[in-house]
Structures are given as structure tokens and as C-alpha cells.
Ligand binder design. Structure first.
Ligand code: C5P
Length: 237
């Protein structure tokens, strides 16, 4: 049965493909991630459609801009009633703080519950070489932890991080802090462009609140069986 700890990424290009996948997954998946691919193709309609089917929605647009623009962008997304929104922690403490304050004020004004606001730390596709290439001298792990602490100071509800960094974040930021982990690969599934990966059970064991799974579900021969296998693995932890 469905478990909100599993977020299936709807990384498909069309409404028809999205509807087909959601229908195939049926009640095995209760929470979906809508990212750039689908949102830029269809706009908010897809979020409204999912909400109409009583699904939870993580709208993963990774806002990264000046504080005023990010804060107002988030407020524009509020009308879609997503359950989780995110910004990029690379925007810094001030951006995250303003984003949170303005979003909460807008939700209060409209009398609706505020979506969870989380911060992307460092993309799970990045490895040490990519990181060094950007001119960073420290490790990715240190940067992720530092960014998670900044997000917490800004009042965000949690972060997106790879499962490899989850344990340290959980230890530092406490039990109430959301840690959403992409980069999930069940044993034997190709890593594709992801670099810092872990199995579903490994991520939950490390302290993840929710895991995001894209290709391991939507590219499987039988997506529903793949989702159920992941749910079973998570329950066994
Ligand atoms: O197919 P796969 O399971 O690798 O997809 C992972 C999903 O999580 C993608 O939609 C990707 O955009 C997203 N994501 C990520 N790393 C982050 C934040 C989001 O892979 N740090």
C-alpha cells in the first residue's frame, strides 16, 4: 500500500505519458515529484490534475535567484497547492530566509496551510571532479552539511541531499528536519548520470524522511512492480 516516504518522479515529457504512468502505478504511489521537464511542458495543470486524484505533489523547480524573485516566484506557485516546494541553498541564507517568510505570510493571508519548503544542497549527479571544476576546495560532504545547517537557520523544513550525506545531516539537524533523497538505485539498476547513489533501504536506514525515485520506476518494464518492490524494501528497514 502507498507510503508517502516514496516519491515517484514524473520525469516524462507529455501529459499523456504522465497520466499513463500515474494510472499504472495506481494506489501504490501517493506522492509525485513534478520537475522542470513536465512543468515547463504543461504548466500548473499537471499539479492540479494530480491534486484532483488526491496525490501529494513535490514541485521540484529548485528556485535559484535573488531573494525577492525567489520569494515572489514561490508565492505564484502557492495557488497550485503543492505539498512541497524547493529553492536552491546556493542562493544563500538571506534568500532562503526571505523566501520562507514571504511564502508563509502569503499562505497565512490565503488561509491555507503552507507547503513544506526545502533546500537543494548539492545535486546528486555531481562528483568530486565536477565540484572541484567549479572552484570549490572543500569536499561535497562538507558543503552539503554546511548548506543543510544554513537551510535550518533560515527556517526551512528540510533539504534535498544524496543518501551518502543523510546520516551526517540527521545527526546535526535533528529528527524533525526533512531529508529528501534522490540518487536512489535498487541493487542491480543502472546508475545513469547519478554519482552519489544508495539503495532504498540504505537511504531509509541512513535517516532519509522520503526518497525520490525516477528512472528505477518509470523506466522499469513493470513500474508498479518496481514501486512495490521498493516499498517492500523500505518497510523491511
Ligand atoms: O531517475 P532518477 O531516480 O535518477 O531521478 C532523480 C530525480 O531527482 C530527478 O527528477 C532529478 O531532477 C531529481 N534530483 C536529483 N538530485 C537533486 C535534486 C533533485 O537527482 N539534488
Amino acid at each position: 500500500m502507498a507510503d508517502d516516504r516514496l516519491i515517484a518522479a514524473l520525469d516524462v515529457p507529455t501529459r499523456a505519458a504522465a497520466e499513463q504512468l500515474v494510472t499504472r502505478l495506481g494506489d501504490s504511489v501517493s506522492c509525485y515529484k513534478v520537475g522542470m521537464e513536465l512543468f515547463y511542458a504543461l504548466g500548473g495543470d499537471i499539479v492540479t490534475w494530480l491534486k484532483g486524484r488526491e496525490k501529494k505533489v513535490f514541485l521540484d523547480l529548485k528556485l535559484h535567484d535573488i531573494p525577492n524573485t525567489v520569494a515572489n516566484g514561490l508565492c505564484s506557485l502557492l495557488r497550485l497547492r503543492p505539498d512541497i516546494l524547493n529553492v536552491h541553498t546556493a542562493g544563500g541564507l538571506r534568500m532562503m530566509t526571505v523566501a520562507r517568510e514571504v511564502l508563509h505570510a502569503a499562505a497565512d493571508r490565503e488561509g491555507i496551510s503552507c507547503p513544506k519548503l526545502i533546500g537543494v544542497t548539492v545535486l546528486t549527479s555531481m562528483d568530486a571532479e565536477d565540484w572541484g571544476g567549479l572552484g570549490h576546495t572543500g569536499t561535497i560532504a562538507d558543503a552539503v552539511l554546511r548548506r543543510a545547517q544554513l537551510a535550518q537557520r533560515a527556517g526551512l523544513d528540510g533539504v534535498v541531499a544524496s543518501p551518502a550525506e543523510t546520516e551526517a545531516i540527521r545527526r546535526t539537524c535533528g529528527d524533525d528536519f526533512l531529508i529528501v533523497t534522490p540518487g536512489i538505485r535498487p541493487a542491480g539498476v543502472a546508475h545513469d548520470d547519478q554519482r552519489r547513489v544508495m539503495t532504498p533501504a540504505g537511504a531509509i536506514r541512513a535517516g532519509a524522511s522520503q526518497i525520490v525515485v525516477g528512472r528505477a520506476i518509470y523506466a522499469a518494464e513493470n513500474p508498479r512492480a518496481a514501486a512495490e518492490e521498493i516499498l517492500k524494501e523500505m518497510e523491511s528497514v
